[in-house]
Ligand binder design. Structure first.
Ligand SMILES: [Zn+2]
Length: 396
């Protein structure tokens, strides 16, 4: 089948492709235990790509898979990879049909339109057009990853296991997120963990027989807010200041029982240059002060989930080359920072230079009426297509 003739039933435009993608419910369900909400969308993209003569590979993990779509052009040439996640945040409180994909007022509406099915559709459409041009010296890949919004199991599996099974390594990775087509070369990472206190349960008719884990936690919270959080002052010129906040609390069991346990969850934003693995030790020093003040205090930190920050030093040369293409299209080549996290830091940690670049505004991501301007989608296709059409020398 010719690359320029979509198969019967396949999307006839990038806009239609995005509408179809929005129609799949890919709400990340890791928290509720659904392992692979992205399955049907991945299978659909696989069939569309195969119908256009592109190669597809399922990279298996945990009963699901990341989908790799490739177009090998020159065995001696470099590889350029694009990455887009398939999952979305939930649809609670949305004021539009989350899966409708309606187009009105020059906008396409639905969950994921902006974060980040828009970039995913633009990447596949650009790959189709680039492959059809037949004049490529760069090998191209689009990776569709699962589970970005909660656990990042998809990208972790790719860099930890799947990458080494390929007989190529990308020269660089373009991560699709709504950056308004600005090139993000630095962003925050996260450290998320909990702190537990233990008490002694007793009947509330005689509280002195027990020890309240909630009272213990009140002292821990005060110490975190007065001693630890003010000490979080690392800064980076592209992303600003590091942050820490206590955002969840759970304690006690019944109205008439002195609480035996209490737990808080913390979110610490690390800036490029900070090592998330060092956070627990700094917190432990504060907890040690509390233990000295009250030898009966039982408090313990749980192991953290760490996502690294993206440091611009890890992608300098690749970012410079992407910047030259942006400039040639009349777009800003200035490297900017972001407060949110993306897969780019996971790729960078694995030694793959990565920048974040995609259509749409981050303010629309996760919003009640999520949408993407059709014009922005088209600009995204054009940018990705131009990146794909660069000669091999552009990436050496
Ligand atoms: Zn996203």
């Amino acid at each position: 089948m010719s690359l320029s003739a979509p198969p019967t039933g396949g999307p006839s435009s990038c806009l239609e492709l995005l509408q179809r993608m929005i129609g799949f419910d890919t709400v990340n369900r890791s928290a509720e235990g659904e392992p692979f909400a992205e399955a049907a969308l991945a299978a659909y993209l696989e069939s569309v790509a195969a119908g256009w003569g592109l190669q597809t590979t399922r990279l298996a993990l945990d009963g699901g898979f990341n989908l790799l779509v490739t177009h090998p052009a020159d065995p001696a040439g470099p590889w350029l990879m694009f990455d887009s996640h398939l999952d979305t945040v939930d649809v609670g409180g949305m004021t539009i049909d989350p899966f409708g994909g309606q187009v009105t007022e020059g906008q396409i509406w639905g969950r994921g339109a902006c974060d980040t099915k828009g970039s995913g559709a633009a990447m596949l459409w650009a790959l189709r057009e680039a492959a059809a041009s037949g004049d490529l010296s760069v090998n191209l890949a689009v990776l569709y990853t699962i589970d970005e919004e909660v656990g990042r199991r998809g990208v972790r599996a790719f860099v930890d296991h799947q990458l080494s099974t390929l007989d190529w390594r990308p020269r660089g990775v373009v991560v699709g997120e709504p950056t308004s087509l600005r090139m993000v070369t630095a962003h925050n990472g996260t450290v998320r963990w909990s702190i537990r206190t233990r008490g002694i349960a007793a009947h509330s008719s005689d509280p002195r027989q027990g020890r309240s884990a909630i009272s213990s936690m009140a002292r821990v919270i005060a110490a975190m807010e007065q001693r630890y959080i003010p000490s979080v002052d690392a800064r980076h010129p592209l992303v600003g200041k590091a942050e820490c906040s206590i955002n969840l609390v759970r304690g006690g069991s019944l109205i008439n029982v002195i609480p035996e346990s209490c737990e808080i969850w913390l979110d610490r934003r690390i800036v490029p240059g900070e090592d998330g693995a060092e956070v627990p030790a700094a917190v432990e020093a504060v907890l040690d002060q509390l233990r000295q003040e009250d030898p009966e205090l039982e408090v313990a930190q749980q192991p953290p989930h760490i996502e690294p920050a993206l440091a611009p030093e890890t992608n300098g040369e690749f970012a410079g080359r992407v910047g030259r293409v942006l400039e040639s299209l009349g777009l800003s080549a200035e490297a900017v920072g972001a407060k949110y996290g993306t897969h780019a830091s996971n790729f960078a940690t694995a030694g793959l230079p990565a920048v974040v670049l995609g259509p749409g505004h981050i303010a629309e991501a996760h919003s009640a009426a999520e949408h993407l301007a059709v014009e922005d989608l088209e600009r995204g296709v054009e940018l990705y297509r131009q990146l794909m059409l660069q000669p091999a020398t552009a990436w050496w």
